[in-house]
Design a protein around this ligand. Structure first.
Ligand code: SF4
Ligand code: SF4
Length: 436
């Protein structure tokens, strides 16, 4: 696509990167068929190709976008399905990230929108605040139905529904020593939302890693990886989280050899693997950030089939595997989770339209509840159609989004691998069996 940026504009590294991405797009439209918002809404402006045109015009003019442009940029899930489909290799991820920052810096949102976004940014990345908010939300959750009927109330209803089933945890994240033959040492990322919503995911991962021969360490004073605010275009806050993470992980690396930084939330993983890009122009951080990105590994990527211990139990269970977008499109990790589950003795089934997002997408399910609900319902129906005993995924947001819509227990892949190799049954599965 031809662009018309001035040389002054191209002196800005972010604009130069965006211009390159826009120029790479040949307008072929292959991406439209795999874009969830285009599939749902059928509007070219809600397709990757249409958004690229809107972003190009917005950045070239270097002015505040119109409310219409903001609507179509806001509706993008950042699911990155378009990057899997695009034959030209358009770097849509950094383009939409840049567009969100531009919107945030130049557009004045409504008071209600600003307030909600501010509250999400000031609560979710902090486990103790998030935990307290969930407790309050649980008390108010009976009002979710009523709230949804008020003008603009669906966003609050989405928050209350999330809080309804939550049992927030404030348990301390622990490290552990390798059992059996020691292979090495890994850092297990703590993060912010997962330890509060599903602490069992990391507990299972730690057990599994120690059984594979790894000492599991926790970086002291770790915080949010920055992903949540990054996807809202709040660049200053996001980069502060990124720099803090680079500092604490670098300190843990200096304290002893580290084979990998293990991540159990694929949404975080996509951002952490991008730290090198995000801090590429910061001379104090660029090299260390690139090192952190190189060490970052999703648990299903780190556990090669040769590392996984032999199965002790054979649960002979059919697993519906939900591939999180951040894993399959963001990190291009597609076959490994299924291979590991099959090696552990599970029968793995995948739903139709597995490439389409479940609608969770960080804070998207709160900010765009209409689209998120429709995508969540479609995804859950396709998973339920597989008649599996359990649904497995690698991202806490997907687990929360899907478990709110199905009676089938939703667990992390690591919980199933832990169970098959000597650990306890996954918590959600054990609870659903007890209820029956
Ligand atoms: S990131 Fe997802 S929602 Fe956004 S344009 Fe690409 S495919 Fe569509
Ligand atoms: S598939 Fe790639 S090149 Fe084709 S329109 Fe979409 S983004 Fe542009």
């Amino acid at each position: 696509m031809k662009t018309g940026f001035t040389s002054e504009q191209l002196a800005d590294p972010a604009t130069a990167a965006s211009e390159k991405a826009i120029r790479t797009c040949v307008h072929c439209g292959f991406c439209t068929a795999t874009c969830p918002t285009y599939v749902l809404l059928g509007d070219e402006r809600d397709s990757p190709r249409g958004r690229i045109v809107l972003i190009k015009e917005m950045l070239e003019k270097n002015q505040a976008p119109t409310p219409e442009v903001v609507t179509h940029i806001d509706r993008c899930l950042s699911c990155l399905a378009c990057t899997t489909t695009c034959p030209s290799g358009v770097d849509y991820m950094h383009l939409i990230d840049h567009a969100r920052v531009h919107v945030e810096e130049t557009h004045k949102r409504s008071f209600a929108d600003r307030t909600l976004r501010w509250a999400l940014a000031k609560i979710l990345p902090y486990p103790s605040r998030f935990s307290a908010a969930l407790h309050l939300g649980r008390l108010a959750s009976p009002l979710a139905g009523l709230t949804a009927k008020l003008p603009g109330g669906r966003r609050i209803a989405a928050l209350l529904r999330t809080a309804r089933g939550a049992r927030p945890s404030t348990a301390k994240l622990e490290g552990a020593s390798a059992t059996g033959a020691r292979r090495g040492r890994v850092i297990l990322q703590g993060g912010c939302v997962e330890p509060v919503m599903r602490p069992e995911f990391q507990a299972a991962t730690a057990r599994l890693l120690t059984r594979c021969g790894y000492d599991v360490v926790r970086a002291s004073n770790e915080g949010c990886c920055g992903s949540l605010v990054h996807h809202m275009g709040r660049e200053k806050e996001a980069l502060a989280f990124v720099r803090h993470s680079v500092d604490v992980w670098s300190a843990a690396i200096e304290a002893g050899d580290v084979d990998a930084i293990i991540i159990t939330v694929s949404g975080c993983g996509t951002t952490i693997k991008d730290y090198g890009f995000l801090l590429r122009n910061d001379p104090d951080y660029a090299a260390r950030a690139a090192r952190i990105s190189a060490l970052a590994k999703d648990i299903s990527e780190f556990l090669t089939p040769g590392l996984l211990p032999a199965s002790k139990a054979n649960p002979k269970m059919r697993v519906a595997y939900h591939a999180a977008c951040s894993l399959q499109h963001g990190q291009k990790i597609t076959s490994q989770p299924k291979q590991l589950l099959e090696q552990a003795g599970f029968e793995v089934a995948t739903p139709v339209n597995a490439h389409l997002c479940c609608g969770s997408a960080g804070v998207y399910s709160v900010l765009q509840p209409e689209i998120a609900d429709e995508l969540g319902d479609r995804k859950t129906a396709s998973l339920d159609a597989l008649n599996a005993g359990v649904i497995a995924t690698g991202n806490v947001g997907c687990a929360v989004q899907i478990s709110a819509r199905t009676g089938t227990p939703v667990v992390h892949i690591a919980e199933l691998l832990d169970w098959a190799t000597g650990g306890p049954a996954p918590k959600a599965l054990a609870e659903s069996r007890k209820q029956r």
